[in-house]
Design a protein around this ligand. Structure first.
Ligand code: FMN
Length: 291
C-alpha cells in the first residue's frame, strides 16, 4: 500500500514523496510503539543509542518530526542541515530550529544530532565563521554535531581547490569544541560528514584522523545497483580507521540486508533517507528485527 502511494507521489517529484513520508511517520507513530530490544543498544561517541538506525540529515530539517521517531524504532536522528542565515529555498535557519528544540524535554529519548552547514553566499575564506556561528548558537540543543562537508553542504567545496579552507573549518571546529565545553560544561561530540563521490575523500579522511574527531559520517547518494561500491568504500575506510573513529554509514541503505551488510562491514551506526521515502517508516522496525 505504501509503495503504491509512494510511487504515485514520486511521479509528482521528490518533495511530494517526502511529504507523504512525513505524514506516514506521524500516522505510524500514533500506532503501537516499536519494541526496540535492549540488545540493539550501542555506545558510540560517548553517547548511548537505543538502536543503531538513525534518520539521515535533510529529512527533518527543523526537528519537528523528532518526537515521533523513537516510537518507530529510530535509535537517533540528525536534524538540519542548519545554516546561519535563512535561505528561503533551503532552510529557515537557526531561530526556527532553537524555537522548536527548546520545547523538547531533556534528556532526549534518542540522541539528537544537529547537522550544520554554510550559506551558499558565504565566500570560501569566511566558511569557518558559518560553522562556528552554528556551533555557538546551537551548542546546548544537540547531543552531537555533524559538520556537513558533503556534496549538499553548499558551494563547491573540493579539497583539491579549497584544501586550506576545509582544513581551517575542521581546525576551527575542534577549537570551538574545547572552548564551548569549557564555557558551558557540556561535552558535545563532533562528527564530520564527507561524501565518497567527491574525489577528495582521502585528504578529508586524513584531517578527520589528525584532529581526532569523534565520528565520521561516510555518505554518498547511491543509485540503486551501486550499493556494493558503498560497501567496498566502507570496508576500506573501516580498515584504515581501525576502530579509532566510529563510522556512521549513510547512502543506499534500502533493505534490512543492506543494514546488516553495513554493520558487518564496520559501521557503528547507519542512517537512512531515501529508503524511508520509498518503503515507509515501518522499514526501521523490519531492519531492527534483522540486526
Ligand atoms: C532532498 C534531500 C535533502 C538532503 N539534505 C541534506 C542536508 O541538508 N544535509 C545533509 O547532510 N545531507 C542531506 N541529504 C543527504 C542525506 O542525508 C543522505 O546522506 C543521502 O540522501 C544518502 O542517503 P540515502 O541513500 O538513504 O538517501 C539530503 C538528501 C536528500 C535526498
Amino acid at each position: 500500500m505504501y509503495s503504491w502511494l509512494s510511487a504515485a507521489a514520486s511521479r509528482f517529484g521528490a518533495p511530494h514523496a517526502r511529504k507523504l513520508a512525513v505524514s506516514a511517520i506521524r500516522l505510524a507513530a500514533s500506532l503501537a510503539p516499536a519494541d526496540t530490544p535492549p540488545s540493539l543498544r550501542r555506545e558510540v561517541m560517548g553517547l548511548s543509542f537505543p538502536g543503531p538506525v538513525g534518520l539521515a540529515a535533510g529529512f527533518d530539517k527543523h526537528g519537528e518530526l523528532y518526537p515521533s521517531l523513537p516510537r518507530l524504532g529510530f535509535g537517533f536522528a540528525e536534524i538540519g542541515s542548519v545554516i546561519p542565515r535563512p535561505e528561503s529555498h533551503r532552510s529557515c535557519g537557526m531561530d526556527t530550529v532553537t524555537a522548536i528544540l527548546s520545547q523538547y524535554p531533556r534528556p532526549h529519548p534518542i540522541p539528537l544530532g544537529i547537522s550544520i552547514s554554510m550559506n551558499r553566499t558565504t565566500p570560501p575564506h569566511l566558511m569557518s565563521d558559518d560553522y562556528l556561528a552554528c556551533l555557538e548558537r546551537l551548542w546546548e540543543y544537540a547531543d552531537y554535531f555533524a559538520i556537513n562537508l558533503g556534496v549538499r553542504a553548499g558551494p563547491d567545496l573540493h579539497m583539491t581547490e579549497h584544501a586550506v579552507v576545509l582544513r581551517n573549518v575542521l581546525t576551527a571546529a575542534k577549537d570551538a569544541q574545547a572552548k564551548f565545553e569549557r564555557i558551558t560544561g557540556l561535552h558535545r561530540p563532533l562528527a564530520v560528514k564527507i561524501d565518497r563521490n567527491r574525489g577528495d575523500t582521502a585528504s578529508l579522511l586524513s584531517c578527520v584522523q589528525e584532529f581526532a574527531f569523534d565520528g565520521l559520517i561516510l555518505s554518498g547518494d547511491v543509485e540503486s545497483g551501486a550499493e556494493h561500491h558503498a560497501l567496498d568504500m566502507l570496508e576500506q575506510v573501516a580498515k584504515m580507521l581501525n576502530d579509532r573513529i566510529p563510522i556512521i554509514s549513510v547512502g543506499g541503505i534500502r533493505t534490512p540486508q543492506d543494514a546488516v551488510d553495513r554493520l558487518s562491514a564496520g559501521a557503528a551506526l547507519i542512517q537512512l533517507y531515501s529508503g524511508i521515502v520509498e518503503s515507509g517508516p515501518f522499514l526501521i522496525r523490519r531492519i531492527n528485527s534483522r540486526i
